[in-house]
Design a protein around this ligand. Sequence first.
Ligand code: ATP
Ligand code: MG
Length: 331
Amino acid sequence: MYKICVIEGDGIGKEVIPAAITVLKATGLEFDFNYAEAGDEVFEKTGVALPEKTIEAAKNADAVLFGAAGETAADVIVKLRKILDTYANVRPVKSYNGINCLKTGIDYVIVRENTEGLYAGIEAEIADGITTATRVITRSASEKIFKFAFEMAKNRKEEGKSGKVTCAHKANVLKITDGLFKRTFYDVSKGYNLPAEDFYVDAMNMYIISRPETFDVVVTSNLFGDILSDGAAGMVGGLGMAPSGNVGDKYGLFEPIHGSAPDIAGKQIANPTATILAAVMMLRFLNENKIAEMVEKALEEVLELKLTTPDLGGTLSTSQMAEEVSKRLKN
Ligand code: ATP
Ligand code: MG
């Protein structure tokens, strides 16, 4: 029995999370779903976007499944990632058949450092009209993220993938911070018998477009990971297709990359794929690899048959698409 903290949040979170729950229930696994509030709606009601009760529920769960927070996102999801010390942001990039991807044969993962870099929160106006932001890179946080990336590559190699780890940085300009980042990458790589390479982030940006099929695990710092992964998502069908996981030594929080999409909320046309794939990542985090594989296969079939929401060319509603995936799990 897995204890899952479920946070639907705002907008289409209220549609895509129930869709993913429908699918999880069809796996035959036993879940204890604990629903908790966060986001704009609870903020308007109570003045607090991330209630203490929700933090407790997240800490007491085996994993957290998160939908979206609207205006309050920074006070909800950025804060939750910090509280749960989920130092790795994992963003799979995969081209599925039947989806309008810019290239085929793409299957790699971007691992983004989630705690420091330019997101360290150290900004200042040092004089009128002069502002600064401090980019923090530490050996300890870098070691942690690189070990995480190489462990992931090791597992992927066992599944028949290349197991290559690619580090993206800007050490030619950011000589001290990314100098340390790059050195630490190769230090950590010595502990593994896996291919390791590095590129400047600008070149990397070109390669994820020109030859994305050559990557397996890409690891980078906070802001670079943010930018690279949205471009990468654009290559494989866009926001409705892209899941992510925030993982630390103890906690895991899984969510679609997209936000609350108020323009399409309440219409049952939101694509549930990203959230169902986030649930698949959660199942792997819980070591339910066989079940995760089953769910992904069922979803792949539904995508290929175009039993999808309108954004992917189908005619089904959010919940109907989830039902199609569920049906295939029950058989
Ligand atoms: P937020 O401030 O919560 O991020 P947003 O208005 O920026 O909200 P996003 O959720 O980031 O909206 O998405 C941007 C656009 O992409 C949406 O307006 C919507 O049209 C589209 N979109 C996002 N997610 C989905 C989805 N799951 N299915 C279909 N379209 C989506
Ligand atoms: Mg947005």
